[in-house]
Design a binder for this molecule. Structure first.
Ligand code: 3PG
Length: 211
């Protein structure tokens, strides 16, 4: 497994972030760091994403910053050029996987079904995002879907519908590397400058991981 994913596993929670304004990037980073959560997945769903990643990697090197919602090879190239340390996607797209591999970007594609897992396993991937984790059926769904692949040692980042309330249920599973979600750094809190709330939620999540 890439050293980046080992670092993500040690942190345990991936805050998934959609940022609208580049100027919010540094206060957001400081809020996460203050809460003991030195990790951020900046999603390529907003115009500001690439610039926010560039600002964070340049000015907050203690924060591990990745790019999310990488839906095509162009997004992968952009993520790499702005300094993202890892990439994630909601789905399994071979062209995105190829681009990430060409650019040597540690990358976890989205999987939801045994067919997706089979395709990921055939490519030698050992880390995938399980998405949308809650809607598909929660920890029981991941347990069932991943069982035939357990001998391969695949690890998952369940995301989508995960919350502080369900975090512990996911982390209990040995095949869960870390969990992801938007509940820690919500777009409305970022927009409103409620960075204290982000610190509070980050700290609560980290405490849950530590238990
Ligand atoms: C993602 O992009 O990973 C999901 O939108 C996060 O889902 P959540 O909002 O339910 O955490």
């Amino acid at each position: 497994m890439s050293g980046i994913f080992e670092r993500i596993a040690a942190i345990g929670v991936v805050p998934v972030i959609a940022i609208d304004r580049v100027q919010d990037a540094l206060p957001l980073a400081d809020a996460l760091l203050e809460g003991g959560l030195p990790l951020a997945e900046i999603t390529f769903r907003t115009e500001a994403a690439a610039q926010a990643i560039a600002a964070l990697t340049a000015q907050r090197p203690e924060l591990l910053v990745g790019a999310g919602t990488l839906l095509d090879a162009g997004a992968v190239a952009q993520a790499v050029s702005c300094g993202a340390a890892f990439g994630l996607a909601p789905g399994f797209d071979p062209t995105v996987l190829d681009a990430a591999s060409r650019q040597q970007l540690p990358f976890a594609p989205g999987v939801m079904t045994p067919s997706d897992l089979s395709l990921a396993a055939a490519r030698g991937l050992r880390v995938a995002k399980f998405f949308p984790a809650g809607i598909v059926g929660g920890p029981a769904a991941l347990t069932g879907i991943s069982a035939p692949f357990s001998h391969l040692g695949m690890q998952f980042i369940p995301t989508g519908g995960v919350s502080q309330a369900t975090l512990a249920d996911w982390l209990r599973l040995p095949q869960v590397l870390a969990v992801g979600g938007t509940w820690i750094a919500r777009s409305e809190d970022i927009r409103a400058g409620h960075f204290g709330e982000i610190t509070r939620l980050a700290r609560a999540a980290r405490q849950q991981v530590a238990q």
